[in-house]
Each structure stands twice: as C-alpha cells, then as structure tokens.
Design a protein around this ligand. Sequence first.
Ligand SMILES: [Zn+2]
Length: 65
Amino acid sequence: MPVFEYRCKKCEEEFEQLVFSAKETVECPKCGNVDNEKLISAFASTHSHGAAASPTSCSSSGGFT
Ligand SMILES: [Zn+2]
C-alpha cells in the first residue's frame, strides 16, 4: 500500500497517510491544515513500526545518487 509520511507546515505534526493518487490532498490529523510537506524517506522516523517489514531500513550506504 502507498503509505507516505508527511509533516504539517503549520504545527509540524508528522503523520502517515495512505495516498492512492498523486493529486490527493492530505490533511493534518492534528490541526486540519492541508499544506503539508511530503517526507521522501523514513530514515528519521520517530515512531515504531512494530513488526512491519522494512527491507530498506539499513541502506544508508546505497548508491542512490
Ligand atoms: Zn498540523
């Protein structure tokens, strides 16, 4: 599933949002603001993902550039 992380530009709340369309508007669950910054990676995730598999969690030395 396409789950992306966002950070609210207004209250800086970080949250995950299921996005089915690139044009879909995401809304901050805390303040309702729709002007959010999309976080590309989850390297600095501050919340645990439980038992969810994360195959790219240790790819800090990958050749992305
Ligand atoms: Zn907010």
